[in-house]
Design a protein around this ligand. Structure first.
Ligand code: CA
Length: 747
C-alpha cells in the first residue's frame, strides 16, 4: 500500500483528519483486488481516494458509495489512466455526493446487470454532484445481440459525464441514458460533454439509440440535461441517435459525423437544439433534426450532405396524435425552426408521419431565416398535411427548388463554396443576413473522449492486410485461414483444386480470391463450407464453389453464420464466381443464417449459380414481427441463377416498428431461369420481400420461374420495379399496390 507516513507533529485538526483515513488523500489508497477494494470503500470520507492497481480486473462488481464535499470529493481512479481494464462480467455503481471516477477502461466483457456504469447503487441510493471522466467503455457488449442493457445510466442530480469514450456497442440497449424514474432524478441538470461516441453498428431493431434522456413515462417532467460538445462518430444504431424524452433539455455544439439517424425530440417540451453540426457526407440514411411536441427551439444548426428520407430527413416536423397517450406523438405546437443552414441535403419533411392516428398538423410554429441550398434534390420539401400552422418567412432556397409555399421563400443562386475550415458554406451575405456567425465545427474529434484511448476502427476492411498465396490441396485453404490475420487476402492458384475436410471459419474479415483466369475450385466434405463467426466477414472473388463432395444430407450450405447470437455485424461479398452442384440432397442453401445474426451487407455480383436444391439467400429467420431482421443491404447484380429450387432471396422484416432503415435491396441485370419452383419452397416465390424498406429491381429477366412476391409493410416502403421481362412466369404477387412498376413485360 502506498501511503505517506503520518507526521509526528501537526495541528490537532490535521492529525485527526489523517487518522480518520490514514492513507492520506493526496496519494490515495492503492487496491489490488476486489477484497482490498471492498475493504477500502467500506466507509469513505471526504477527500478519500481509492486507486485501482494497473492490470486486468475480471468479474468485479464495484460498488462505490460515499459522501464527499465540493471541496473534498471522494475519488476512484486508475493507478495510471487507461492501464486498469475491467473485463468479464463486471460493472460499477456509484452513489452519494461528490464522487469522481476517472481513468478506467471497460473492455472484453459485459455487465451481468442492466447497466455498466450506474449513477446509483440501489433504487434509493443515487449519486448526485458526481462525475465520471476520462473513462472508456469499448465493445462491452452482451453476446446475446437482443439482450438489452445500458452502458451508462445517469440517475440523481447535477452529475457530469465528460471526456469519456464509448464505442462499438453491439447489443441492444441505449448507450447512455439519463434516467428519471424517481423524483430524485428529475430536474437533474446533468451535463454530458466532450464525450466521444464512437461507431455504433446498425442494430437492425429498435433499441439502438446512442443517447436517451428520459422515457415516455416521465416525459412531461423536466430533465434540464445539457448535452454539449460531444462528437457522435457514425453512431448508426437506429433512427434515433439522440432521443430526447423529457422537457427542458439543451443540446448544443455537438457534431454528428456520418451518423445514420436523427436528433429526435421524441417526447417532452421546451428543448433547445442549437449550433449542432451534422456532417452526412452523402452517406445513406444520414439525417438531421426531428421535431415533435411543444415549445421546441431549433436554431443555428448546420447540416451538410444528409441523404435520409422520411423520418430521417435533414429537418423534420412531425404530425401528432390529438390528445394521444403519453407514449405516442404529441402534436408540434409553438415551436421554432429558425436560422439553420442546410447544404446538399435531400429531404425536408413537414407534417411527417401524417396518418389516421397522427392527424394533428403543427400549429403556432415558425420556419424563418433558414438557408437551404441543394442541387442533389430539387424537390426537397415533402408536405404530408396542412402546413397553415407553420409561419414561413425569409427562407433562402436555390433557384429551381420547389418551395412548399410561394410566400416565405426567396430564391437565390446555388452558390456554395468550401470555407477555411473545410465546410461547405453559402455566400457570406446570406449568413450575415441571418446572423449565423462563423461556420466551424464547435468541437473536433480530437478534443473529445478519454485522453489515452485511440479512436480506431473495430474491424479491418477486406483486403487491408497481407496477400497470402495458397497452394492447391486438401485443407491448404483451411490452414491458411486459421493462420490468417484480419483483412488478409488468400490468393488461390488459377485452376487449382481445394478440398475442405473440416469447417472453414471466417473469424475476422477475410478475402479468398484468384486472379483472372481459370477459377480455382473449392469443395467441402462438411455440411457447410464456410462458417462466419462473430467478428468475421467473408469475400469470395473469382472462385468456383462446387457441391460435388458435400455429404449426402439434407440442409447443407456453402456459407453459414454462427448458430448462436452474433453481436457484431458481418458482410458477405461474392464476386466473379461460380456455384455448381448444390444438389446432392434437398435444401442445399447457398447462405444459411440463424436468428440474432445481422449482415451489414450481402452482395452477389457477376456470379453464376446452377443446380441449387435450397435457397440462395434465406434471410428470413426473425419471425417474431418485432421489427427485427437479418440484413441491412442486399445487392444482386449481373448474375444468373439457373435451376434453383428455393428462392434466390427471401428477406423478412415483420412488425410495425418504425425505428430502422432497412432492409434495402437492389437487384439489377440478372437472369433467373427455373427458379423457385421446388416443392419445398414454402412461399412459392422466386424472390420474396417482406417489409423491405427500399427495393429496386431493374433490367432482369425471369424464365419459367416462380413469381416475384412483395409484402409491403412498415411505414412507407419504396418499391420500384422497372425494365424486367417475365417469360413463362406468373405475374408479380403483392399484398397491395403501393409499388411502382415501369416496363414490366410478361410473355
Ligand atoms: Ca428508438
Amino acid at each position: 500500500m502506498k501511503s505517506k507516513p503520518c507526521p509526528a507533529l501537526a495541528s490537532l485538526l490535521f492529525l485527526s483528519a489523517l487518522l480518520a483515513a490514514c492513507s492520506p488523500a493526496v496519494d490515495g489508497q492503492l487496491v489490488r483486488n476486489i477484497d482490498e477494494f471492498n475493504a477500502a470503500t467500506d466507509s469513505l470520507a471526504p477527500g478519500d481516494k481509492v486507486v485501482l492497481a494497473n492490470g486486468t480486473w475480471s468479474d468485479v462488481e464495484l460498488v462505490f458509495r460515499g459522501f464527499g464535499t465540493a471541496e473534498s470529493p471522494i475519488r476512484l481512479e486508475a493507478e495510471e489512466p487507461g492501464k486498469v481494464v475491467i473485463s468479464g462480467q463486471s460493472n460499477l455503481g456509484i452513489s452519494g455526493e461528490h464522487i469522481v471516477v476517472s481513468g478506467l477502461v471497460f473492455r472484453d466483457g459485459y455487465t451481468p446487470t442492466s447497466e455498466v456504469i450506474s449513477f446509483r447503487t440501489s433504487k434509493e441510493e443515487l449519486a448526485s454532484n458526481s462525475r465520471v471522466t476520462n473513462t472508456v467503455v469499448d465493445s462491452f457488449s452482451n453476446p446475446e445481440r437482443h439482450s438489452s442493457d445500458t452502458w451508462i445510466a445517469i440517475y440523481g442530480k447535477n452529475n457530469r459525464f465528460d471526456n469519456n469514450t464509448l464505442l462499438n456497442k453491439g447489443n441492444r440497449g441505449v448507450t447512455l441514458a439519463v434516467k428519471m424514474n424517481t423524483e430524485a432524478s428529475r430536474e437533474n441538470g446533468h451535463v454530458i460533454e466532450r464525450n466521444y461516441f464512437g461507431p455504433r453498428q446498425t442494430l437492425g431493431s429498435n433499441g439502438g439509440e446512442t443517447l436517451r434522456i428520459g422515457t415516455s413515462h416521465y416525459s412531461r417532467e423536466f430533465s434540464n440535461s445539457v448535452v454539449r460538445q460531444n462528437y457522435f462518430d457514425r453512431t448508426s444504431g437506429e433512427l434515433e441517435i439522440i432521443s430526447s424524452k423529457s422537457c427542458g433539455n439543451e443540446i448544443r455544439d455537438n457534431v454528428f459525423f456520418e451518423s445514420q439517424g436523427t436528433l429526435t425530440m421524441r417526447h417532452g417540451h421546451y428543448t433547445l437544439v442549437e449550433n449542432n453540426y451534422f456532417i452526412g457526407n452523402r452517406k445513406p440514411n444520414t439525417g438531421g433534426i426531428r421535431i415533435i411536441n411543444e415549445n421546441q427551439t431549433v436554431r443555428n444548426n448546420y447540416l451538410f450532405g444528409l441523404t435520409g428520407h422520411r423520418f430521417r430527413g435533414a429537418l423534420v416536423i412531425m404530425n401528432g396524435v390529438p390528445n394521444g397517450p403519453i407514449n405516442r406523438y404529441d402534436p408540434v405546437i409553438d415551436s421554432i425552426l429558425d436560422n439553420n443552414v442546410v447544404i446538399d441535403s435531400d429531404h425536408i419533411q413537414l407534417c411527417a408521419g401524417a396518418d389516421a392516428e397522427r392527424s394533428a398538423p403543427p400549429t403556432g410554429t415558425t420556419m424563418h431565416n433558414n438557408i437551404i441550398l441543394s442541387n442533389t434534390n430539387l424537390n426537397p420539401f415533402t408536405v404530408y398535411d396542412d402546413i397553415s400552422g407553420i409561419s414561413f418567412r425569409n427562407n433562402s432556397i436555390n433557384e429551381g427548388v420547389n418551395p412548399p409555399l410561394d410566400d416565405g421563400f426567396v430564391s437565390v443562386p446555388y452558390s456554395v463554396a468550401e470555407n477555411e475550415h473545410g465546410l461547405r458554406v453559402p455566400e457570406q451575405t446570406l449568413l450575415d443576413d441571418i446572423g449565423f456567425g462563423e461556420v466551424k465545427l464547435p468541437v473536433t474529434k480530437e478534443e473529445t473522449g478519454a485522453s489515452f484511448y485511440p479512436k480506431s476502427e473495430l474491424a479491418a476492411g477486406f483486403q487491408s492486410g497481407k496477400e497470402i498465396a495458397v497452394a492447391p490441396g486438401t485443407n491448404t485453404l483451411l490452414d491458411a485461414l486459421e493462420a490468417s490475420r484480419p483483412g488478409d487476402t488468400l490468393l488461390l492458384e488459377n485452376g487449382g483444386e481445394y478440398l475442405l475436410t473440416k469447417y472453414a471459419y471466417a473469424r475476422h474479415p477475410i478475402s479468398i480470391i484468384s486472379k483472372e483466369g481459370d477459377k480455382p475450385v473449392i469443395r467441402s466434405e462438411k455440411s457447410s463450407f464456410f462458417i462466419i463467426r462473430n467478428g468475421g466477414s467473408l469475400e469470395l472473388d473469382g472462385v468456383w464453389i462446387d457441391g460435388a463432395e458435400s455429404p449426402d444430407l439434407a440442409g447443407n450450405n456453402v456459407i453459414s453464420t454462427d448458430r448462436y447470437s452474433m453481436n457484431r455485424n458481418y458482410s458477405l461479398i461474392v464476386r466473379n464466381s461460380r456455384v455448381t452442384n448444390l444438389d446432392v440432397n434437398h435444401s442445399f442453401d447457398f447462405l444459411k443464417v440463424f436468428r440474432s445474426t445481422f449482415a451489414d451487407s450481402v452482395e452477389i455480383l457477376n456470379t453464376e449459380m446452377t443446380n441449387v436444391t435450397g435457397a440462395v439467400l434465406a434471410m428470413d429467420k426473425e419471425t417474431d414481427d418485432l421489427g427485427i431482421y437479418n440484413v441491412e443491404n442486399v445487392r444482386i447484380e449481373n448474375s444468373s441463377f439457373k435451376d434453383v429450387r428455393g428462392a434466390v432471396a427471401n428477406i423478412y422484416r415483420g412488425g410495425t416498428d418504425e425505428s430502422t432503415f432497412g432492409p434495402i435491396v437492389n437487384i439489377s441485370n440478372n437472369t433467373f431461369s427455373n427458379v423457385g419452383l421446388g416443392s419445398r419452397n414454402k412461399s412459392g416465390a422466386s424472390m420474396l420481400f417482406h417489409g423491405v424498406q427500399k427495393l429496386h429491381i431493374a433490367d432482369s429477366t425471369w424464365n419459367d420461374s416462380a413469381p416475384l412476391e412483395l409484402f409491403l409493410t412498415n411505414g412507407e416502403p419504396i418499391t420500384r420495379i422497372e425494365d424486367v421481362v417475365m417469360k413463362g412466369t406468373a405475374p408479380i404477387r403483392a399484398n397491395n399496390d403501393g409499388y411502382e412498376v415501369e416496363n414490366v413485360i410478361y410473355d
